[in-house]
Design a protein around this ligand. Sequence first.
Ligand code: MG
Length: 278
Amino acid sequence: MLEPWALGVFTSVDAGLGAGLAAVRELGAPSVQLHAPSPESRGRAAEIREQFAAAGITVTVVFCGFEGESYDDIPTVKRTIGLVPEATYAERLAETKAISDFAAALGVEAIGMHIGFVPEEADDPVFARVVAAAQEVCDYCAGHDQRFHLETGQETGPALLNFFQAVNRPNLAINFDPANMILYGSGEPIEALRLVGSYVRSCHCKDATWSDQPGVTWGAETPLGAGAVGIETYLRTLHEAGYHGPLTIEREISGPDQIRDIRGAVDLLTELRAKILG
Ligand code: MG
């Protein structure tokens, strides 16, 4: 059982489970969110489960990622991410179910995904198709007693709420990422969190600065505390929403700077957690 606001790190095992685990242990984080490994590695679920258990680390969410996705720029994201693109939708839906099976084999209670840029108009046929896909994923996950977490970022708070109401499944939840809303220029994250807070079951602790052309070009990701999110206000708003699940640090760079920045985030979150929760 994890403590309230247990620290977590977003991690991957594709580069070798040992290395990823060693870094997480060194950082002292008791939980991780895991990027879904390749189909080949997913066959080693029992071994992966054993290694996390032996390290005393809880995997809280397995995140879906798909072949052909690209975050190069905002138009590319619109074209390639999640269950929105028509050409890959059926195969990605099948792979999502396989990832749900893998998460179940790890004993993990949730899978997560960037579902893609969902059109905001309810009469758009793509909206109906993505709603149906989300329902199908939720119902499949329910068979494993799992939740399906949507990563925020590409939509405004009201659009996300509207999508939730259309999907209408009790095991649909939000992985709230405040930095994504700034990076994509989709609205003030704290305001959105106040709107959708009751659906949040996991979150990312990530920071960013706004683009000078929001929604057209990316903002810039920064170390936690150096961007525009306002991390203390973010945590206080999560607290008000009743969210005390893991605080999962996400820093989307690689190499020694990533470890340095994650360590800084661990320190900042530890300090704020003590200040807010006492
Ligand atoms: Mg994120």
